[in-house]
Design a protein around this ligand. Structure first.
Ligand code: SF4
Length: 468
């Protein structure tokens, strides 16, 4: 989760998108609350754009939603009955205010605002073509490439323009586009990044996750399908499909870690899937122990599942300091190593003299796991058995998740036994890929490429930067 403080050992989130169409009311407050609920998906910048009387107004800046809109006048000045919002963690493009979204682009028919979650793997070559045609770019991110392409194709028919662009761009995208009178949601042909549709009394909502709908009292209608373009305007709602290559390949990491546990994504209840993963993990890697604890907060549902299945009591062994965000600065290496202890503390009486099962949702580098195991042992744990409710990460992601270089991915370089030794645990078990899929209650409709290297599309050379 976004505020997970053990973020050095986690994949980094992507972005959150939100869009609201109302027949009657100003929507900026609804988007603000929706973005609040999606804050875990990105904490570097936030922004909202609204459309009123053929004019688009936008405010965006670096910081959390609460910081960007700390002056309530900024929100109140955004008046309009259609709007889009975005929270960002920079995966492509630098961490600069200019890269914050919504992006506003001019087109033949006026202005358009766009918010994007995902990553376009052939953005660089498209950008070169557009530049050679005289398009100039304000930002360094791939979303602007997408926005400019749509603007360029958009002569009279925005839907045709989006469909045309979908045939050229490769990668992952959940997009929300606002024209002066329409709100349009688009999900990539494989549905790698999530996007759902909700309904209010006087309109519709699009959101990365259903928790964004809950925050504004909207009812979840359904998920946008892979390759679907959903158009909301004064005539109601309708969809067209880009029916080329559509097959669902939702990012399995949404279910493991990124999404909020109270969200439902593609029909999967995230909390239940995580708990089920813990149960399956317990049957795959049982151990004699006295207590099950979690790495808070993202490991907690799986730890509860592990405890339930094994009959070993669940307890709280680690307490997280909730007031250290991403901005926590470790002045030097020594302080950095101390960082885990500042972020987490042990409840000694719950683990002292005990054989502990420690449950985490994922391990990327293994560095934090080692520090936690050592903390528990120092506090008197007799044994520490680490159980991870996903397989070990072995391949980089090209679809909008910030993965370290392959040489730092623990699963790419070490066997399970070697990892166990490295982190000083008494035993280690990673959930199998089959167990992970089973925990979702669905057949295999996922991208699991960071575990098995089976990418849902061919990655062009220009997109392969991470594999060094
Ligand atoms: S490679 Fe991994 S993180 Fe990236 S989309 Fe696929 S499952 Fe998600």
């Amino acid at each position: 989760m976004g505020f997970d403080l053990m973020d050095e050992d986690k994949l980094k989130e992507e972005c959150g998108v939100m869009g609201v169409y109302s027949k009657v009311q100003n929507v900026s407050h609804m988007i603000y609350y929706g973005l609040y609920a999606l804050q875990h998906r990105g904490q570097e910048s936030a922004g909202i754009a609204v459309s009123k009387d053929s004019k688009i107004d936008c405010y965006k800046d670096m910081g959390l939603v609460s910081q960007v809109f700390s002056d309530k006048n900024k929100l109140e000045r955004l008046e309009g009955n259609i709007g889009v919002g975005h929270v960002r963690y920079s995966t492509t493009g630098e961490s600069l205010a200019v890269n914050a979204q919504p992006l506003i682009v001019k087109c033949k028919n006026g202005e358009m605002a766009l918010v994007h979650n995902g990553n376009i793997v052939n953005a660089r070559s498209i950008r070169k073509i557009l530049e050679s045609e005289g398009v100039s770019f304000q930002t360094t991110n791939d979303s602007e490439v997408m926005a400019n392409m749509i603007a360029r194709y958009y002569k009279d028919d925005i839907e045709k323009a989006i469909k045309g662009v979908m045939e050229i761009v490769k990668g992952s995208y959940a997009l929300i586009i606002m024209t002066e009178d329409k709100l349009i949601g688009v999900r990539d042909n494989q549905g790698i990044r999530p996007l759902c549709l909700g309904k209010t009394d006087d309109g519709y909502v699009l959101s990365s996750e259903s928790c964004g709908l809950d925050a504004i009292g909207a009812e979840l209608v359904r998920d946008i399908e892979p390759g679907e373009i959903v158009i909301i305007d004064k005539n109601g709602i309708r969809s067209i499909f880009n029916d080329k290559w559509n097959r669902k390949k939702l990012c399995i990491f949404e279910i493991i870690y990124f999404a909020r546990p109270d969200s439902i994504i593609d029909g999967i209840n995230v909390y239940s899937a995580r708990k089920e993963a813990g149960k399956i993990l317990s049957s795959e890697y049982p151990v004699d122990a006295d207590v099950v604890i979690s790495v808070p907060d993202s490991g907690t549902p799986a730890a509860i599942g592990y405890a339930e299945e094994s009959g070993i009591p669940y307890s709280i062994g680690l307490i997280k300091n909730r007031y250290i965000g991403r901005t926590f600065i470790s002045p030097n290496q020594k302080a950095r190593e101390k960082g885990v202890e500042i972020k987490l503390n042990v409840i000694k009486e719950n683990i002292e003299g005990k054989r502990v099962v420690l449950v985490d949702d994922s391990i990327v580098r293994g560095t934090t796991s080692k520090r936690i195991v050592n903390m528990l042992k120092k506090a008197g744990a007799k044994e520490v058995h680490l159980r991870v409710s996903s397989p070990s990460v072995s391949y980089p992601c090209y679809f909008g998740i910030d993965t370290p270089y392959r040489k730092y991915l623990i699963g790419a370089n070490k066997t399970s036994d070697e990892i166990c030794e490295m982190i000083n645990a008494d035993s280690l078990g990673f959930l199998s890929q089959e167990g992970l899929i089973k925990s979702t209650g669905k057949s295999d409709q996922f991208c699991s490429a960071c575990f098995n290297g089976d990418y849902p599309m061919e990655i062009p050379r220009e997109g392969l930067e991470l594999d060094e």
